[in-house]
Structure formats: structure tokens, C-alpha cells
Design a protein around this ligand. Structure first.
Ligand SMILES: NC(=O)c1ccc[n+]([C@@H]2O[C@H](COP(=O)([O-])OP(=O)(O)OC[C@H]3O[C@@H](n4cnc5c(N)ncnc54)[C@H](OP(=O)(O)O)[C@@H]3O)[C@@H](O)[C@H]2O)c1
Length: 227
């Protein structure tokens, strides 16, 4: 299996590289030129293609011949980074490839998510801040996901809870809607978010799903399994 990791140099990206290598996959990673050295640990084990993730030519080259593409969908700046990245992946990934995108719980697929007040406040604050200093564009990430949801490719959009560092606890559990009791703890280890992304490549039941995930050892996940 040959896979491409778009945004390989970030925290989530680096964990995904490790999990993919553990699975024996051939890995191509895309990251900004200035971040290539963040992948020094892997430089003889993966192919690195430097460039902006919303550069269509970079993505075209990186995803060629891949069976799966894992994309870190970040909304940096105000130059349509998220939607540009998503569109390039949708356009250039080989037909039939599994496409797994990452985002946060704030993305909703069908409007049926029920958000706790803390997330609503956070969303309002970020939107207010980014109107003053446009360091990120949440609406562009929403646009990116709308395009993915409308696509006929074999996509999965993995929606991450709040993240924390720490050793792996195992594959996160998931539900279709934020607000479902199993997700109440709102905490996932970043290494396990990455594990879910890589594992999704071979889990066909996740095709055309937007799972909201939570750590398998979080209190809400454990009490749900006890029930
Ligand atoms: N609380 C959270 O952090 C949280 C919660 C839920 C879901 N998520 C999701 O997790 C994913 C990424 O998380 P992460 O922890 O891996 O974050 P991260 O380490 O900050 O990585 C983010 C990615 O963005 C790139 N990046 C940073 N600044 C950029 C810029 N100005 N222009 C273009 N690219 C830039 C980074 O590349 P470089 O290495 O080149 O900087 C990296 O690939 C996203 O999909 C996010 O929606 C995060």
C-alpha cells in the first residue's frame, strides 16, 4: 500500500507517518519547504515532497499512484488554504483511493451535532479574533468539508475532539454526532487521532462517514462501554 500524508511535518502528521511505517506502508509526505527538517527522523524511510499543501502541482505529483491519502486540513491564513488543499486532493488522487481528511468537532455534516456551551464559546471567540487578525479562516475549512461531503470519491472526514499529548491508549471510539454521550469527555490523545486516521484507510465502513472521535479510555467512552 502506497499512501500520501499531506501536512506530514505537523504534530498529527508526524504521528501518522510513524503509524503508516509501522503498518509497512510506502509513504510520501508533503510539507512546507521550511519544515522539511522536522521530518529528519524519517528522511531515509519516506519520500518528501516540499511545497504548500494547496499547490495543485505539488499535490498532483505527491498523490500519483497512491492507494490512500491522509490530509491534515488546517485553515491557516486567508488564502483558502483548506479548500485549496482539499480540492487538489479530490481532483488528483487516483480513482478508488481512500481519502481521509482531519478536522475538529466544529465541522458538522448534517447540522445535527449538539455542541456544549464551551465549544460554542470557543468558536465565537476564534471567529471574532480571526476577523481582527486573519491568521486562520474557519469558514474556508467549512467550505473544504462541504466540497468533500459532496464528492463521489471514497472520503472519510475524521473530526477530532480536544487533543492532548501522551502515550497511545488505543484506537479512539466514535459517533456520528457531537452531543452523543459517548463523546462527552471531549479528549483524545493526538497519537491516537493519528492512529484512527491511518486505521481508517482499511476500514470500509467509514467510507462517506464523518466520525467524531474520543479517546477509548476517556471517562465517557468507558462508561458507554460499561452500559
Ligand atoms: N486542539 C487541536 O489542536 C485540534 C483539535 C481537533 C482537531 N484538530 C485537527 O488536527 C489537525 C492538525 O493538528 P496538529 O495538532 O497536527 O497541528 P499542527 O502541528 O499545528 O500542524 C498543523 C499543520 O499546519 C501546517 N501549518 C502551520 N502553519 C502554517 C501556515 N502558516 N501555512 C500553512 N500551513 C501551516 C503545519 O505545517 P508545518 O510543519 O510546515 O508548520 C502542519 O502541517 C487539523 O486537521 C485540525 O483541524 C486539532
Amino acid at each position: 500500500m502506497k499512501i500520501c500524508i499531506i501536512g506530514a511535518s505537523g504534530k498529527l502528521g508526524a504521528y501518522m507517518v510513524q503509524h503508516a511505517l509501522d503498518q509497512g506502508y510506502e509513504v510520501v509526505g508533503v510539507c512546507r519547504e521550511k519544515s522539511v527538517n522536522k521530518l529528519d527522523l524519517y528522511k531515509n524511510r519516506i519520500t518528501i515532497i516540499p511545497g504548500a499543501t494547496n499547490d495543485r502541482e505539488v499535490i498532483k505529483k505527491a498523490v500519483a499512484g497512491c492507494d490512500g491519502v491522509l490530509t491534515v486540513l488546517v485553515p491557516w491564513g486567508n488564502q483558502h488554504y483548506s479548500s485549496g488543499t482539499a480540492q487538489a486532493v479530490l481532483d488528483y488522487a487516483p480513482q478508488g483511493a481512500r481519502l481521509i481528511f482531519s478536522c475538529g468537532w466544529h465541522i458538522t455534516r448534517d447540522g445535527k451535532d449538539v455542541y456544549p456551551p464551551s465549544i460554542k464559546r470557543e468558536d465565537k471567540l476564534i471567529r471574532w479574533l480571526t476577523r481582527i487578525i486573519p491568521f486562520a479562516d474557519i469558514d474556508d475549512q467549512v467550505e473544504a468539508c462541504q466540497r468533500i461531503f459532496a464528492s463521489k470519491t471514497k472520503w472519510t472526514v475524521v473530526r477530532g475532539s480536544d487533543l492532548e499529548e501522551g502515550e497511545s491508549q488505543g484506537l479512539p471510539v466514535w459517533s456520528r454526532h457531537v452531543g452523543d454521550p459517548i463523546l462527552a469527555s471531549n479528549k483524545t490523545r493526538r497519537v491516537d487521532f493519528a492512529l484512527f486516521m491511518v486505521d481508517a484507510l482499511k476500514n470500509d465502513s467509514l467510507i462517506h462517514e464523518a466520525p467524531a472521535i474520543v479517546g477509548c479510555c476517556s471517562a465517557s467512552a468507558l462508561s458507554h462501554s460499561a452500559v
